[in-house]
Design a protein around this ligand. Structure first.
Ligand code: SF4
Length: 303
């Protein structure tokens, strides 16, 4: 079947099942194009919570579909590829976090949204790359902090807030592939371009950047009238949205190696199968869902 026929079938099934398709900024271009909304994980989960659709087809990785379910458990949340996971989210388990909490009783646990529902359920408050700095500013009276799982984001936040955290040793295998040498080389090639980096990059990369921003932050920055060229240090899939929203502007990936293979697992065919078979349904057990929701709600309330 060609892409045109697949897209027609997807659109027909979407209407029949009252479904909405959400795609993360790192998804394949054709998946972003068929989606009703593209964005980062939290923006998409909020859309999931507000939509009138009965079915949400989440084109992203497993923890994102779980977060959508946590925020809207009355809806059917489908992940078109059940093996589409986030290696960083899998670098800490709920058991490991419980053990750490025992070692540091009384500490406040902040978890990046890139965590499993079980880990969120053991967390005091969640954060995203877009709101973490603001959130820490509101928590300035709290000193004993544990940050999981991303040591790169955690160390960036620690520098920004002037606070010492206990950092878990997790990282994003895609973002750490971007090297400081890549930034130096690209700056030489494109001297007029601004360098925008995602805080999952290493501190050596962040120090060479003009701005440190979430994917939504990078997309917003790209729309500034005074900005014509951008070198972006994040997963390469964001290029599609940047180019679509800013025709005529120039975008250069800091490194062609920054490809998240899990984010590329979802294809048009898998979206079609997902709607035909209503697979793979993502659910979170009630008790975990309620506890995880508290950590996500607390973030939304504070920020
Ligand atoms: S880019 Fe990194 S953080 Fe995002 S899903 Fe892939 S591994 Fe996880």
């Amino acid at each position: 079947m060609d892409d045109k026929s697949i897209i027609e079938k997807i659109n027909k099934l979407k209407k029949e099942k009252n479904a909405v398709i959400l795609a993360h900024n790192y998804q394949r271009p054709e998946v972003q194009d068929i989606a009703d909304y593209s964005g980062d994980s939290l923006a998409l989960s909020r859309i999931a919570a507000d939509t009138d659709a009965d079915v949400i087809v989440f084109c992203g990785v497993h923890f994102m579909a779980e977060t959508a379910y946590i925020l809207s458990p009355d809806k059917t949340v489908l992940l078109p590829d059940k093996d589409s996971g986030c290696p960083m989210a899998n670098m800490i388990t709920a058991d490991q976090l419980r053990a750490l909490k025992k070692e540091r009783p009384g500490a406040t646990v902040i978890a990046y949204v890139n965590t499993t529902a079980e880990v969120k359920a053991e967390t005091d408050i969640c954060c995203t790359s877009g709101n973490a700095v603001k959130l820490l500013d509101k928590l300035k009276d709290i000193d004993d902090l544990i940050f999981v799982p991303d040591k790169c984001l955690g160390s960036y936040l620690s520098k920004k807030s002037g606070k010492d955290f206990f950092l878990w040793n997790g990282y994003c295998p895609t973002h750490v592939k971007i090297q400081p040498e890549d930034i130096i080389e690209k700056r030489k090639m494109y001297p007029d371009a601004k360098v925008l980096s995602h805080p999952e990059c290493t501190s050596a990369v962040l120090e060479l950047s003009d701005e440190v921003l979430s994917t939504e932050g990078i997309c917003r920055y790209a729309q500034r009238e005074d900005v014509q060229e951008i070198i972006f240090a994040t997963e390469i899939g964001i290029m599609h949205r940047l180019k679509t929203e800013n025709p005529g502007k120039k975008f250069y990936p800091a490194s062609d190696a920054a490809v998240c293979s899990d984010m590329k697992k979802i294809t048009l065919e898998k979206i079609l199968w997902s709607l035909e078979e209503m697979q793979y349904e993502i659910k979170v057990p009630d008790e975990i869902c309620k506890k995880a929701r508290k950590a996500v709600d607390r973030m939304i309330e504070i920020v």
